[in-house]
Write a protein that binds this ligand. Structure first.
Ligand code: CMC
Length: 428
């Protein structure tokens, strides 16, 4: 017998089906609610609302579990490179040797930007935030590839996916070069995805540049752990924009804007700024913990807390372990890493944080690794965007392939004035 939830309202008893996912997650399907009752539901911040069913990523916030297409994040981070994980997310299966070779070759083939597109960068102010450049240039891809914008044509979608994956690192590296006055380096297609990105970021025409394999390994790991996180703010944005049948470039550009916010992807930049501030202020970690607990203050410990994880964030564990390893191998003594470790310890023992289940999240340690690699703080959220791209694409594609796709259009409860008589301007 199928399970139902009963709702009593306004003298009626109604039944709604309970749907169950493959990991026994349950939800009340209220899609018939308004039709049957005229009522809607309110759920500020969508804390209790499932916007869709999805076969891409499973996470259990209580137990600290994260899996892409059924594979544990720990296994993927240890055994795969970012391209394999991108393939897994977008197409649903880990690729065979021949599949990944074809995929890598195709991505390589599309890494260059149209020469006219390089001119865009002249128009941005020198101090423009790279996330603003990233979203603008990604949006502008739809002006260059007008032949492949139809979201309902699988061939057009496929070529757009490859173009986006290939060009995002180039667009990102150029945004860094622009703000640093460094000439743009063309992609080198004998290099793998992460190597190519680092080469475009750091090589200069006057010197030969050798990519450090340690950095390549670190970057692959970081991009993998950021690659998807089910219906987070930016992914939901991509889905909402895409639900109107906006093209893939426009939808991803919107997702980049959402990610930029400091409560979302912008937190990795905010964490390093915060650690730097604590360091400059004499390293008094307790003072900042007290500030975060003070409700009058408005200060939050950046990199702590998560809407879904009420246990450790498994991504933070992977990154922290790698952080230790990298700093040791590079023989670097980063004072911010030391402050981060002290802050974590103090916060995890503090009743305020324990009670609210506030643990370090993915953004807490990633900045320390990026710093060790020489990536400037303004680029941190851009790195998150490169990592999250396959997830955004996978969700956009899944939504378009769904036979139940509808435009996302939430409702509201109106709380403004009732009808009023119009007052001419002279009498206001
Ligand atoms: N420092 C101090 N107090 C906090 C923090 C924090 N970082 N995070 C949450 N709280 C408190 C909050 O004040 C509230 O306390 P009370 O119950 O007394 O009112 C309680 O914990 C619950 O917080 P919330 O704001 O209702 O939780 P949320 O699920 O709406 O917000 C969050 C989640 C991630 C936006 C929030 O924890 C936060 O602002 N963290 C800092 C920013 C950050 O690190 N963001 C990156 C998230 S991970 C990367 C990503 O997926 O984008």
């Amino acid at each position: 017998m199928s399970k139902v939830a009963k709702l009593q309202c306004e003298g009626h008893e109604l039944e709604f089906p309970i749907v169950e996912g493959t990991e026994q997650e349950k939800a009340i399907d209220i899609s018939g609610l308004r039709k049957q009752t005229g009522l809607i539901t309110i759920d500020e911040g969508f804390v209790n609302t499932g916007s869709t069913s999805s076969a891409i990523t499973f996470l259990n916030g209580e137990e600290g579990v994260l899996r892409y297409r059924g594979y544990a994040i720990e296994d993927l981070a240890k055994n795969c490179d970012f391209m394999e994980v991108a393939y897994l997310l977008i197409y649903g299966e880990l690729p065979t040797e021949s599949e990944i070779t074809v995929f890598r070759d195709s991505i390589r083939h599309h890494t260059m930007l149209h020469e006219d597109m390089r001119l865009f960068y002249n128009g941005f102010p020198r101090d423009a935030h790279p996330m603003a450049i990233l979203s603008s240039v990604v949006g502008a891809l739809s002006t260059f590839y007008q032949d492949s914008l139809d979201p309902n044509d699988p061939e057009q979608v496929e070529i757009s996916i490859h173009r986006l994956l290939a060009k995002l690192p180039t667009i990102a590296a150029y945004s860094h070069n622009k703000s640093n006055g460094i000439p743009f380096s063309y992609p080198q297609n004998n290099l793998e995805y992460c190597e190519n990105f680092l080469q475009m970021m750091f090589s200069v025409p006057s010197e030969s540049y050798k990519v450090d394999p340690l950095f390549v390994e670190a970057l692959n790991m970081l991009l993998i752990v950021h690659a998807d996180h089910e219906q987070n703010c930016s992914t939901s944005t991509v889905r909402v924009v895409g639900s109107a049948n906006a093209n893939l470039f426009a939808s991803i550009s919107a997702g980049i804007c959402a990610l930029w916010g400091p409560l979302h992807g912008g937190a990795n930049e905010a964490v390093v700024s915060m650690l730097g501030k604590i360091h400059e202020d004499g390293g008094d970690v307790d003072k900042y913990v007290d500030m975060a607990k003070d409700k009058q203050n408005g200060f939050r410990l950046m990199g702590f807390g998560h809407r879904v994880y009420k246990n450790f964030d498994p991504r933070a564990n992977i990154i922290k372990a790698y952080c230790d390893k990298l700093l040791e191998k590079l023989d670097l003594d980063d004072p911010l890493f030391e402050i981060a470790q002290r802050l974590e310890k103090v916060a995890l023992e503090d009743e305020y944080f324990v009670k609210r289940k506030l643990y370090p999240n993915v953004d807490f340690y990633s900045g320390v690794i990026y710093r060790a690699m020489g990536i400037p703080v303004q680029m941190f959220t851009v790195m998150f965007a490169i990592g999250r791209l396959p997830g955004w694409i996978a969700h956009w594609k899944e939504m378009h392939e769904s036979p139940t796709k509808r435009i996302c259009r939430p409702r509201q409860v109106y709380t403004g004035p009732n009808v009023r008589e119009f007052v001419p301007i002279a009498k206001r």
